[in-house]
Design a protein around this ligand. Structure first.
Ligand SMILES: Cc1cc2nc3c(=O)[nH]c(=O)nc-3n(C[C@H](O)[C@H](O)[C@H](O)COP(=O)(O)OP(=O)(O)OC[C@H]3O[C@@H](n4cnc5c(N)ncnc54)[C@H](O)[C@@H]3O)c2cc1C
Length: 372
């Protein structure tokens, strides 16, 4: 069957790019071996959608633009899945608390300070003044299914890719354009320069009567009480084996941390999720074309010695990536999906902060992957 574009991966990255490609009139097919947001980072995510705090780094600015975009996107098109609970950002410790005033000038505009008394009224056990972002909230990973409702989806474990005469083929499916949104797994093409790594995390859903009306983040994320369920989650361990820790031990550690934030005495575990999220070399997303590494190294054998080519970097024909969304897939997904669709369909340039090209020359010079 012929499509305009095939997307591999039906997490929030693949769902977002497929949604915007479809909106632009393309005939799109999405493939995922497990189902839609069924495993992987997107199934495990607590899916908090909140701004980033800090001292105005490019990544913070990008994250906060993505936050503004995604929040409006979910509220406008998928309001059923986005609960605007507000999110309280609590200092991690004494030292972190002293930094919060310095963060203030760089904050997402709509925020308030919450002092210990107000936090206590909101059932939050915290003495340090914290930021409250009222526009933030929690998104259900099920939003991915809704984003793909008018798009062809096939449960399919992709074992290999073939490109011939302008078409990518996967089994009986063909398309001139292919998007890899496979999260931490990237076994088809040499994309080592992007430095994609998996970070393992877990989430527990607890039944509770605690009347928490806001969500919060400290060392771990604790959601508001959503119809009798409070989600506790965090991603923290670099690794490549997603299920190595599935003995619920890490969840006990998370609950212990959550217990310092709220009263967890009636929490009863109802569901456990674990998954890997993918992160890039510099923690910013990876959106755009894929460099033809073999051709580049053959054409310019002195790249590892620091050679800077004057001509454009060679690219894999019709191949794109939407990945590296880090710990904020549900914040970045919609804006990055739109950006990639605008690039693929309209040729609109990708923001250089997320274009994977940014990492290539440095990888050639610095990576032990390449023999010098
Ligand atoms: C515990 C935890 C908590 C988190 N909390 C939050 C949060 O509060 N807020 C937030 O915004 N983000 C959060 N994240 C991060 C977020 O989950 C990720 O950024 C996001 O899910 C990444 O989405 P993705 O689509 O890139 O990858 P994934 O969701 O991993 O999707 C990749 C998909 O590709 C498929 N795939 C891979 N290879 C193949 C193949 N060969 N054939 C077919 N299919 C294939 C997989 O089956 C998978 O479904 C959390 C992550 C974890 C693990």
């Amino acid at each position: 069957m012929h499509y305009d574009c095939i997307v591999i991966g039906a997490g929030i990255a693949g769902s977002s790019v497929a949604y915007f490609l479809k909106e632009k009139g393309l005939k799109v097919l999405v493939l995922d071996r497990a189902g839609i947001a069924h495993t992987g980072g997107s199934a495990a995510a607590g899916a908090f959608v909140s701004p980033k705090i800090g001292k105005g780094s490019p990544l913070q600015n990008l994250t906060n633009s993505a936050f503004a975009f995604s929040k409006d996107f979910y509220l406008t098109h998928f309001s059923k899945y986005f609960l605007q609970t507000g999110v309280v950002r609590i200092p991690k410790d004494e030292v972190d608390a002293t930094k919060f005033e310095g963060y203030e000038p760089y904050n997402y505009p709509n925020y308030q300070w919450k002092q210990a008394k107000e936090l206590e009224e909101a059932h939050i056990l915290e003495k340090h003044a914290s930021f409250y972002f009222e526009e933030a909230g929690v998104c259900s990973p099920s939003v991915c299914e809704s984003m793909l409702q008018d798009i062809d989806f096939v449960k399919y474990d992709v074992k290999g890719l073939c490109y011939d005469e302008g078409l990518w083929s996967i089994g009986s499916y063909q398309a001139p354009k292919l998007v890899l949104a496979t999260g931490y797994e990237n076994r088809f093409i040499d994309m080592r320069y992007m430095g994609i790594k998996g970070v393992w995390g877990t989430r527990g859903d607890y039944k509770s009567t605690l009347p928490l009306i806001v969500s919060m983040h400290k060392n771990v994320s604790v959601s508001a009480n959503l119809n009798g369920i409070i989600k506790v989650g965090a991603t923290h361990e670099m690794g490549t084996l997603p299920c190595i820790h599935c003995n619920e031990e890490p969840l006990k550690g998370l609950l212990a941390k959550a217990s310092t934030m709220v009263d967890t005495s009636d929490f009863k575990l109802t569901a456990t999720y674990c998954g890997m999220r993918s992160t890039s070399q510099d923690y910013a997303p990876l959106i755009g074309e894929v460099i033809d590494v073999k051709t580049m190294l053959e054409t310019h054998p002195t790249l590892p010695q620091g050679y800077k080519p004057k001509e454009p970097l060679a690219k894999m024909e019709g191949l794109y990536v939407c990945n590296g969304l880090g710990g904020r897939g549900f914040v970045f997904g919609p804006m990055m999906g739109k950006m990639l669709a605008e690039f693929i369909v309209d040729g609109k340039a990708v923001d250089p902060r997320v274009n994977p090209d940014r990492l290539f020359l440095k990888w050639c010079r610095k990576s032990p992957d390449l023999a010098r």
